[in-house]
Design a protein around this ligand. Structure first.
Ligand code: NAD
Length: 283
């Protein structure tokens, strides 16, 4: 069986190119899109993510406004900045790079962003919209996974899907999205019994556990589609996922590699949300 290697690098590039055309059209009509990117502190990993997001904005033609705040920034100061940006008509989207320092309540920050500018899709309003099938911003990584499958003509309707992991940013929104695509969905987590047997029932297995090389071929039904969300970096900077790729790949009809699978899709879908903001804000 020939295994399809799902090429997230190419698909994310295609999406960014499609978005660049849309943004250019908006510009012709006098519509500018601006993303406010807030980083508190100088965590090196966060700085890399922020830089990549700003680069993607530039590529697509979206304006990005940077707010690099010192670690000592108080919760009140951050909430005040968010309030100002919520009320600023020139701002389409607001992104606070997580994690924030410990003295700031992450939940308070997420909830303070206007749902109409919540391009990460983390606000409870948007989470609710997703779960009842209303329009709103969708969490970027799960949205990217749907896009990877659709653009590889992978049938989702009627399939058995097992998602390992129930986090608010991956597992739970992934479940809502797969339901919306008419899959039959099971969400497994750290208390799940007989995980291997359960995973063996999956036509589509989505793995977001955060444990390096956890899923082996013993978890995979012959011919299944395997999506690996995990990202791990070893001491030599080499990336790997939650799936033991070389062991699992021969048993799959399609699989995402790490790197170059799900990873690049998150920023592409963030850019998609920024472009969507024009409709959501009715600009
Ligand atoms: P998390 O730690 O918040 O959640 C992990 C989930 O896995 C939990 O729900 C837990 O119940 C479950 N789990 C842990 N051990 C388990 C076990 N032994 N058996 C069954 N379930 C188990 O993680 P997260 O934020 O969802 O991220 C998961 C992985 O995806 C991480 O490696 C993270 O780096 C990566 N990630 C990648 C992207 C991307 O852009 N590609 C985005 C977000 C997260």
């Amino acid at each position: 069986m020939e295994t399809i290697i799902i090429d997230g690098k190419k698909i994310s590039q295609d999406i960014k190119d499609e978005l660049a055309v849309k943004v250019a059209d908006y510009k012709k009509k006098g519509v500018e899109i601006t993303l406010a990117v807030i980083q508190v502190g100088d965590d090196p990993a966060s700085s890399v993510y922020v830089r990549n997001k700003k680069r993607a904005c530039e590529y697509i033609g979206i304006n990005s406004k940077s707010y690099e705040l010192p670690t000592e920034t108080t919760e009140e100061e951050l909430l005040q900045l968010i309030d100002n940006l919520n009320n600023d008509d020139s701002i389409n989207g607001i992104l606070v790079q997580l994690p924030v320092p410990d003295h700031i309540d992450e939940k308070k920050i997420t909830n303070a962003i206007s749902p109409l500018k919540d391009v990460d899709g983390f606000h409870p309003y948007n989470v609710g919209c997703l779960s009842i099938g209303d329009k709103g911003y969708i969490s970027c990584t799960p949205a990217g996974i749907i896009e990877l499958m659709k653009r590889n003509n992978i049938e989702i309707d009627g399939k058995n899907c097992v998602i390992i992991g129930r986090s608010n940013i991956v597992g739970k929104p992934m479940c809502a999205l797969m339901l919306r695509e008419n899959a039959t969905v099971t969400v497994a987590h750290s208390h799940t019994q007989d995980l291997k047997d359960l995973c063996k029932t999956a036509d589509i297995l989505i793995v977001a556990i955060g444990k390096n090389n956890f899923v082996t071929s013993e978890y995979v039904k012959e011919g299944a589609v395997v999506i690996d969300v995990g990202i791990h970096r070893d001491e030599n900077n080499k990336l790997s996922g939650d799936v033991l790729y070389d062991d699992v790949k021969p048993h799959c009809s399609a699989i995402t590699p790490v790197p170059g699978g799900v990873g690049p899709m998150t920023i592409a879908m963030l850019m998609n949300n920024c472009v969507e903001s024009v409709n959501i804000l009715n600009k």
